[in-house]
Ligand binder design. Sequence first.
Ligand SMILES: NC(=O)c1ccc[n+]([C@@H]2O[C@H](COP(=O)([O-])OP(=O)(O)OC[C@H]3O[C@@H](n4cnc5c(N)ncnc54)[C@H](OP(=O)(O)O)[C@@H]3O)[C@@H](O)[C@H]2O)c1
Length: 307
Amino acid sequence: VRVSVYGAGQAGSAVAEILRSRGVDVAGPFGRDEREAALGSGADVVLVATTSFLAEIAADLRTAIEAGSNVLTTAEEAAYPWTVDLDLADELDALARDRGVTVLGAGLNPGFAFDALVLTVLGATARPRSLRVERVVDLSGFGPTVLHRIGVGHTLDAFADGVASGAITGHIGFPQSMRIVADRFGRTIERIDREIEPTVARREHVARALTVATGETAGFEQRYTAIVGGEPWFRARFVGHVDPAAVGLTTRDEVHVDDDPPIHMTIAPGLSSQSASAAVLANSIGRLVAAPAGWLTVADLPPAVPV
Ligand SMILES: NC(=O)c1ccc[n+]([C@@H]2O[C@H](COP(=O)([O-])OP(=O)(O)OC[C@H]3O[C@@H](n4cnc5c(N)ncnc54)[C@H](OP(=O)(O)O)[C@@H]3O)[C@@H](O)[C@H]2O)c1
């Protein structure tokens, strides 16, 4: 299998390193100035690890699909693109089917923690009534661009302004994960309520990519609730901090299912945003190459496995 990696940041570099260590033929990671080499080579799989947004990767996906490559992308919106831009998602899905290739948005979150893992747990339930999935995450390993965009290192006023304007997004991908699970379950989500609250630093916190001063945002809490049949059906909570241990937080991933009996699964310490994301992506190459053509979600595919 030949893999080409577009995006020479953390995710692209880490996936390339894992695949090379397994003897996979990897080209890249390529930066912006080597776009053609990255996307147009006709490699079996092109990994697009650049941004979070469908609109910003659409042209790159089109180029790679037209060159005959399967496309794997870290863009959170691509995990379930139809609610972001139905026409664009349908157009790229049709193009992929026409060229006989597969497109998949994957990673840890979305792509695993709030969707694939949840579906696996639901497989051991008989009549699940509702779900609650929570993560407490160490944000210190993210790069500066991602940290600023998700809401770290801002004054409270700048945080509020950024959320209002859309420049600060918090972690992206919860609606995508919820719709992946709902689709697989044959449920229709009526609406998704969302909240985000900043966590203010009471002392300086030094992360790899930036230092958070006292009074600035050191993290945030996000809560998403998907409503089905007029009732909360899937609650997602994400608590992120650049220095969780210093403020008494322990990283963890939890899935609660309201069934008889209830299920409560905990992964502790929690999955690493960097290494676990890179692993899910590297472990997705085989299932992507073997998959039918079109734009798929992780619910359409077997689990990612480290081969
Ligand atoms: N689903 C998941 O679980 C998951 C996992 C990992 C990452 N992600 C997402 O994937 C993206 C990449 O993550 P990362 O950690 O690798 O970020 P990163 O370290 O900031 O690297 C991003 C790289 O992509 C380049 N880039 C940004 N926008 C681009 C564009 N429009 N066209 C071409 N190149 C572009 C950047 O170059 P410049 O420096 O020149 O801007 C940088 O080299 C982020 O949006 C992140 O949120 C999702």
